[in-house]
Design a protein around this ligand. Structure first.
Ligand SMILES: Nc1ncnc2c1ncn2[C@@H]1O[C@H](COP(=O)(O)OP(=O)(O)O)[C@@H](O)[C@H]1O
Ligand SMILES: [Mg+2]
Length: 256
């Protein structure tokens, strides 16, 4: 049965989508079956993997609302072993409509039940907020991975995020755990980046992944080609870093 991991940070631009795509692709190259759920109405994970929804196709929203099975909505990608449950613009409407439904926090969990046995990992790329979509993702998940950008305000907001995770754990999903924080956009020649790394290691009360994701132009460029970094530029620093992260994640689950 798949381990379901939410990739969460309520701040925008911390590397959630980049991590979802490239960790997913790296796990797939290590022979794991991976489903990436694009749970952000902006659909960046879908476009970054070269998947565009047709007019009227509402992807994961059709699944949440019970109009389509997860199996029917899942698309393949250019990476063998990596599938995608895409997002359409309508996902922003979904959050509003869900507000009045029974079990509104459990919609994603219910939707994934059908496909959970088909995968080793399901990664959920969350939107930059702590709203109902993110709550759905946390409730559906076993673990949380938090990308933290190496910038001056890195720690800001992490306390609030940990509180929200704790609330979900106490009331909706008691088995939810924190897999760890991932430092992204690390610039090795910047003193500030080093300071951020030591600050996060000092104050974050859970695992901080040893792998640092470097600031790397190939990582920023790959989405415009609709491919993960391992296909776009296999030997780049970004590609190596996400492979290293994949090994760390596999080790955390005792899978290597
Ligand atoms: N390690 C990195 N090096 C360079 N650019 C990056 C890196 N990680 C992300 N980016 C770029 O930064 C922007 C925000 O990243 P993204 O993954 O979309 O963040 P989020 O999903 O948290 O909003 C994107 O333009 C992305 O291409
Ligand atoms: Mg994103």
């Amino acid at each position: 049965m798949a381990r379901i991991i939410s990739i969460v940070n309520q701040k925008g631009g911390t590397g959630k989508t980049t991590t979802a795509i490239n960790l997913g692709a790296a796990l797939a190259t290590f022979g794991k079956f991976v489903l990436l759920v694009d749970f952000d109405p902006q659909g960046n994970a879908s476009s970054g993997l070269g998947v565009r929804l047709e007019e009227g196709d509402r992807g994961v929203y059709d699944v949440l609302s019970g109009h389509k099975s997860a199996t029917a909505a899942i698309a393949g990608t250019t990476v063998q072993g990596l599938n995608l449950l895409p997002s359409g613009q309508d996902l922003s409407g979904a959050a509003i409509e869900l507000v009045n439904e029974d079990n509104r926090e459990y919609k994603l969990q219910e939707a994934l039940r059908e496909v959970r046995n088909d995968y080793d990992f399901i990664l959920v790329d969350c939107p930059p907020s702590l709203g109902l979509l993110t709550i759905n993702s946390l409730v559906a998940s076993d673990d949380v991975l938090i990308p933290v950008q190496c910038e001056y305000y890195a720690l800001e907001g992490l306390g609030q995020l940990l509180n929200s995770i704790e609330l979900v754990k106490n009331s909706l999903q008691p088995d939810l755990d924190i897999l760890g924080a991932l430092l992204t956009m690390y610039h090795k020649r910047l003193r500030l980046a080093k300071d951020v790394v030591s600050q996060v290691k000092k104050h974050f009360p859970h695992r901080v992944f040893k792998t640092l994701i470097p600031r790397n132009v190939d990582l920023a460029e790959a989405p415009s080609f609709g491919t993960p970094i391992i296909e776009h530029s296999e030997r780049s620093a970004g590609s190596k870093a996400y492979r290293k992260l994949a090994i760390e994640v596999l080790k955390a689950y005792n899978l290597v």
